[in-house]
Design a protein around this ligand. Structure first.
Ligand code: 1HE
Length: 260
């Protein structure tokens, strides 16, 4: 794979964006590689991490390729991003992204399709589409807007300004801010933890939560009760519930910062 490298660490699949000379700009071929890597990850792992090689996480859409496209080719390209990023957001695995340097345009859209975002202090976030005379096309109007809110996204797009990792954390774009160089280790740690959950719980978490958020209150509560009841009938749930009830070591909720 010329644009990606992959690695399996225990139950965690790592996908590394590896086109550093072009700042991991995403071309059509890059999207297809990402699609193939997701298929691989779903076959071998219980959780995944997306990270990047080079000084930046991702400079977004490959503008050199995009400038040669007709408008309709652009529509197909955008729809393909939606399909492939949709496999991250609503696939089989929980995905954690480890972010550093530029996380801009389509790079932020890719990060927004993952379930947990870990940034290091070098990370900066922007949506420069307005400056390029284009619009977001990799899902930001849906996913990124839901994370940071429409007012903040409108501000970023109108002004073209960047926000740093601390601001991104306050804006709900990222959930963890780590010292420079430490995002990948933290992402692998979180993914390793998520991989120990019951598969059906992880599936419900990543599929049901965003859907329920889009529902009316009453509909969401109704759907929640069925998912809660269905997941509890699995043999795995029974074993895990009994482990707690029989006071099995490590089954208690740990206090923040402790490993108990
Ligand atoms: C690229 C791209 C790219 C770099 N497409 N080639 N994205 C943007 O508008 C961001 C454009 N990129 C930048 O602002 C900067 O490159 C960075 C801040 C990300 C990094 O700066 P720097 O100084 O580390 O690198 P550089 O010297 O600007 O770029 C190194 C090379 O990568 C250079 O190519 P070279 O052949 O001259 O060495 C750049 O041209 C190339 N490069 N970014 C193509 N994006 C589905 S819709 C999504 C819509 C969007 O994503 S719009 C936002 C696009």
């Amino acid at each position: 794979m010329p644009y990606l490298t992959t690695e399996l660490r225990g139950d965690v699949a790592l996908i590394c964006l590896d086109r550093p000379e072009k700042r991991n700009a995403i071309s059509d071929a890059f999207v297809e590689e990402l699609n193939a890597a997701i298929t691989w990850a779903e076959a071998v792992a219980k959780a995944g991490v997306i990270h990047a090689n080079g000084p930046h996480f991702c400079a977004g859409l490959d503008l050199a390729e995009h400038v040669r496209k007709t408008p309709f080719e652009g529509v197909h390209g955008s729809r393909r991003w939606h399909e492939v990023f949709g496999r991250i957001q609503r696939g089989r695995l929980p995905w954690i992204s480890a972010l550093h340097g530029a996380v801009v345009g389509g790079g932020l859209e890719l990060a927004s399709s993952t379930h947990v975002r870990v940034a290091d202090t070098s990370a900066f976030f922007a949506l420069p589409e307005g400056q390029r005379g284009i619009f977001v096309g990799g899902g930001a109007s849906v996913r990124t807007a839901r994370l940071m809110g429409v007012a903040r996204m409108t501000d970023l797009m109108l002004t073209g300004r960047s926000v740093d990792a601390d601001q991104a954390e306050r804006w709900n774009l990222v959930q963890y801010v780590m010292p420079e160089g430490a995002a990948l280790d933290k992402a692998v740690e979180l993914a390793t933890q998520a991989a120990t959950n019951a598969e059906i719980s992880n599936y419900a978490i990543i599929h049901a939560l965003p859907r329920i958020q889009d529902m009316a209150t009453d509909d969401g509560l109704f759907v929640e009760s069925f998912i809660a009841s269905f997941t509890a009938t699995s043999p795995e749930a029974e074993a895990r519930l009994n482990a707690f009830l029989s006071k099995k070591a490590g089954s208690k909720v740990a206090k923040p910062g402790s490993n108990e």
